[in-house]
Design a binder for this molecule. Structure first.
Ligand code: ADP
Ligand code: TRP
Length: 352
């Protein structure tokens, strides 16, 4: 930049759990928007391995999936020279902030979390980690004075909770007026916790899975971003449709294949498919093949890059180590600031 004034870029941060293969919902809902933000934001993305521990009890899988997420982000275009990429657990300061936030979080707030309600209703393991998940997630975000958090719609509530926790800390310990006046980043005072904003893209807020429900690893309805060609075809062919006969016109706006096609198609391609649906004599099998062609063209080069990256785990580790070091340098003064605000002594040595 030639201007004598430095314009501060907003900070964008997000995390993804290493709990299996990333799928189209992760890619369109979070990964791609996050990487697009990296163009004009200070972007920081991490692998949420502490979070994954709530459900993953297989250390080998956790290690492998963590590297898998790193390779995925890089294959999708993350430039590690510009964008920080690290493993959450390499910045232990996050646990310190988690504790302070825990003391600022009522049980009532945690009880309202969708993640807790979901675990209860499905009889999942409701361990303490699941219960306090939103607190750790808030710490992930607040630890880096984050401005925006690109996520899918399912994470919106967690962002609201992070803002509630930050506001509580700012009011209880930093003397901010109750009612929240620190929303405006321009007036942020560099001492308090910054209130983050969720960035949810409407067109990809909820990517549907094969059955039309939200695509999710845990629903068995997902298509992996790097599925090999054969698996990709099987998954696309398994998308659920109604049983309208071939010759009849079909409604694209209620069709799952069409909804997924939209993710890849240009306006012209979408218009053409819409016309094919309206015209009749066009079956869901045809639409699935059209979707498959676009998906394969989109993901094949990324898949190849992913294979090259995952074959070199030491290089991935180097990138993560470097990212963690840079992340710790941002986190350490924030934790020190908050320790001081709440009356704890200056910190002993953090790993630098
Ligand atoms: P999953 O629900 O499959 O376990 P994660 O919780 O790991 O996925 O989600 C990682 C990121 O991807 C989050 O930002 C989440 O909002 C986003 N995401 C997950 N599934 C979808 C989806 N179906 N549509 C849009 N975004 C999604
Ligand atoms: N909870 C998010 C998910 O399930 C992952 C996550 C953890 C996250 N910490 C975060 C996302 C901080 C954004 C910011 O997908």
């Amino acid at each position: 930049m030639t201007s004598s004034m430095t314009i501060e870029r907003l900070r964008s941060l997000s995390g993804i759990k290493p709990t299996g293969q990333p799928h189209w919902g992760n890619y369109f809902g979070m990964i791609r928007p996050a990487l697009e933000l990296a163009v004009d934001h200070q972007a920081m993305y991490f692998i949420a391995d502490y979070h994954a521990l709530t459900s993953v009890k297989d250390p080998k899988a956790l290690r492998q999936d963590s590297l898998g997420i790193a390779a995925t982000m890089l294959a999708c275009g993350l430039d590690p020279a510009q964008t920080l990429l690290w493993r959450q657990s390499d910045v232990p300061q996050v646990l310190e902030l988690t504790w302070v936030l825990s003391c600022a979080t009522s049980l009532g707030l945690l009880e309202r979390a969708h993640s807790v309600k979901d675990a209860r209703s499905k009889d999942k393991d409701l361990n303490h980690g699941v219960y306090t998940y939103p607190v750790l997630m808030a710490a992930d975000i607040l630890l880096y004075d984050t401005d925006v958090v690109p996520v899918g719609r399912d994470q919106r509530q967690h962002l609201e909770m992070a803002r509630d926790m930050a506001t509580f800390v700012n009011v209880a310990w930093l003397g901010h007026a109750a009612g929240g006046t620190v929303d405006d980043n321009a007036r942020w005072d560099n001492k308090s916790l910054k209130l983050p904003r969720a960035l949810v893209r409407a067109e990809v807020a909820v990517v549907p899975g094969l059955d039309g429900q939200k695509m999710s690893k845990s629903y068995g309805n997902s298509i992996a971003v790097f599925a090999p060609a054969k698996e990709l075809k099987q998954r696309v062919m398994a998308i659920v449709t109604d049983s309208a006969p071939l010759e009849l016109p079909k409604n694209p706006d209620t069709c799952n294949v069409f909804a997924l096609y939209k993710l890849f198609a240009t306006a012209d391609q979408l218009g053409q498919l819409r016309a094919n649906y309206a015209g009749g004599n066009y079956g869901y099998g045809h639409a699935k093949l059209a979707l498959l062609a676009l998906a394969e063209a989109h993901f094949a080069p990324l898949r190849e890059r992913y294979q090259q990256l995952i074959a070199k785990p030491d290089d991935l580790e180097d990138i993560l180590r470097d990212g963690a070091q840079r992340a710790r340098a941002i986190a350490a003064p924030v934790v020190d600031r908050i320790r001081s605000a709440v009356g704890l002594p200056a910190h002993p040595q953090w790993p630098a």
